[in-house]
Design a binder for this molecule. Structure first.
Ligand SMILES: [Ca+2]
Ligand SMILES: [Ca+2]
Length: 332
């Protein structure tokens, strides 16, 4: 489930698979306590509505892919990393990474200090990696590290250990960042996709946002209006969804009302807490590529009645940057 297929009727945000957020990961760089690895995954290679393979172009050229960083616990971003892409006409897409701080980071825009410019986007098995000062950057098709018996979940949680994502690819933006760039304290993270607003006034429209895997399962239970408000919303306003989440948890897990509110309070605002000084382990701290986030979510959702989907991490992860395995399908 994750944030895979999150629009109405399991369609894509604005009908564009390239704008679909799937998963966000944050973990210390293996072997280097001074750096972190931040992974924004978007655009799964297979869709539900319409069914079948999605577009081969990895990223939407007119869109903005943004990672928000809250450094002081108020659910408002203090730092943002922004990635935009060229068109793939005439060759591989190229990526530009920018960084902004302060009020600009809390707002919406495509400005910022350029960290990486014109980085080649990977479409095959070879990972094109760009080094820029203390940063390292990757963008392109990869093997999706997410694992989940999705068919079992749709079959009333009758899990058989069938990993729907075993051969699915995803488009990854992987950043290696110095921890000093994230500030001195633990941070809150989320990612979002934006497109240009139509009309003369310009500006940007948020297509989707997310941070915590599988949370969208609860969002899908909201009314259509609430769901749209959630996807277009910001973490600082998430308290408005507490009651709806709690109500869903009463239903799925048989929680008493007060306990349901408490559990919903651990899920909202939707932010991924990450302390770079400690090992990653979802949901306590960040999220490693091997963390069984689905099992953790199922246990919460069902109040401990179901604790796993019998599916575990993928075996094709790499020991070094960009850490995600090569894509299954390379002839793109
Ligand atoms: Ca803040
Ligand atoms: Ca599992």
């Amino acid at each position: 489930m994750s944030h895979h297929y999150s629009g109405p009727e399991w369609g894509f945000p604005l009908g564009d698979a390239r704008l679909d957020l799937t998963d966000l990961y944050a973990f210390p760089k293996p072997g280097d306590t001074g750096k972190s690895i931040l992974v924004m995954n978007v655009h799964p290679s297979v869709g539900e509505n319409p069914p079948g393979p999605t577009i081969t172009e990895p990223f939407a050229p007119m869109a903005l892919y943004e990672l928000k960083v809250d450094t002081d616990g108020d659910a408002v971003a203090d730092i943002a990393y922004r990635v935009c892409f060229s068109s793939s006409e005439g060759g591989a897409q190229r990526a530009t990474l920018r960084r902004v701080e302060g009020l600009q980071a809390a707002g919406t825009g495509d400005g910022g200090q350029i960290i990486v410019e014109g980085a080649r986007v990977s479409t095959g098995s070879e990972a094109w990696v760009t080094n820029a000062g203390d940063y390292r950057f990757f963008a392109g098709w990869r093997s999706d590290p997410f694992f989940f018996d999705r068919r079992g979940a749709l079959d009333n949680f009758q899990f058989t250990g069938d990993d729907f994502f075993a051969d699915i690819d995803v488009c990854s933006i992987v950043l290696e960042v110095p921890n000093s760039a994230l500030g001195p304290k633990p941070v809150g993270l989320w990612h979002r996709t934006l497109v240009r607003a139509e009309g003369a006034r310009g500006g940007w429209v948020q297509a989707e946002r997310g941070a915590r895997p599988a949370q969208l399962f609860l969002v899908l239970g909201l009314s259509e209006t609430e769901r749209a408000a959630y996807l277009a919303g910001e973490p600082k306003d998430d308290v408005r969804f507490l009651a709806a989440f709690a109500h869903a948890l009463e239903h799925t897990g048989g929680y008493a009302p007060q306990e349901a509110m408490r559990v919903a309070g651990t899920m909202l605002p939707e932010i991924l807490f990450y302390d770079p000084a400690r090992a990653a382990s979802f949901p306590e701290n960040g999220r490693a590529l091997t963390d069984d986030a689905v099992d953790a979510f199922l246990a919460i959702l069902t109040n401990g009645k179901i604790t796993g989907d019998k599916v575990g991490p993928h075996k094709d992860l790499l020991v070094e940057f960009p850490y995600l395995g090569p894509p299954h399908r390379v002839e793109r």
